[in-house]
Design a protein around this ligand. Structure first.
Ligand code: DC
Length: 220
């Protein structure tokens, strides 16, 4: 039987880094569901589809294919119609667009079956917003990973500065809070802690500390 760990939480809580490290330690597959939403939003941005037009977005993404290919070191390649877009999806613009189009039923339904299939066939660590509540409600271990918006904004600032981009703390914090609001208040599959998910606050934890805490829970 595959062993599944679901990690949900707001943007910037450290989910992807923690999930990747955890999958490496457990020797199982890492599935970054946010990357799938990002790939579809990149498609919409490239084709100038109006993001706030649900019908236009739903129609546009109908025939688009998104796939995740596992790579060494627990990484993964994200493909959009066969093209490697792993780097291109990592911008603030693509992330914000993903948060908008992920509110649409057609977009979520399209990715849901792909995500469930991965969780049924393989032992996985899967991260996102609705993994414990909707994608893998029967997951063996569910974690709700969070951190204060101040800590998450500071982490985002550091990432931007490392990339040589300009960053203004007040603006970054506002963006973090706007994204939280959208992800938590949408009608379909909003971000929320599953009743049986364990709450972990990473504000004062390192990545290794967070991974160790989850590993201890997975053995518990
Ligand atoms: O985790 P991320 O920043 O890569 O996700 C980008 C957006 O995709 C996020 O703001 C909301 C959406 N998303 C979602 O609705 N459901 C998921 N399981 C994963 C991401």
């Amino acid at each position: 039987m595959p062993y599944t760990i679901a990690i949900d939480g707001p943007a910037g809580a450290g989910k992807s880094t923690v999930a990747r490290a955890l999958s490496r330690r457990l020797g199982c597959l890492y599935v970054d569901t946010g990357a799938m939403y990002r790939a579809l939003s990149l498609f919409c941005l490239r084709h100038a589809i109006p993001l706030h037009d649900e019908e236009a977005v739903s129609k546009a993404v109908e025939g688009v294919s998104v796939s995740l290919r596992p790579e060494e070191e627990g990484g993964q390649r994200v493909e959009l119609d066969g093209e490697d877009v792993s780097g291109e999806i990592r911008t603030q613009e693509v992330g914000d667009a993903a948060s908008v189009i992920s509110c649409y039923g057609a977009v979520r339904t399209k990715l849901l079956s792909l995500q469930r299939e991965l969780g049924e066939k393989h032992s996985v660590v899967m991260d996102g917003r609705d993994i414990g509540t909707r994608v893998l409600p029967g997951a063996d271990l569910k974690i709700y990973l969070t951190a204060s918006s101040e800590v998450r904004a500071r982490r985002r600032m550091r990432e931007l500065l490392e990339k040589g981009e300009k960053a203004d703390y007040a603006a970054v914090k506002r963006e973090v809070e706007e994204r939280d609001y959208r992800d938590m208040h949408r009608e379909i599959a909003p971000l929320k802690r599953a009743e049986d998910a364990l709450l972990l606050d990473s504000s004062d934890l390192t990545i290794e500390g967070t991974v160790d805490a989850i590993l201890a829970l997975s053995k518990g």
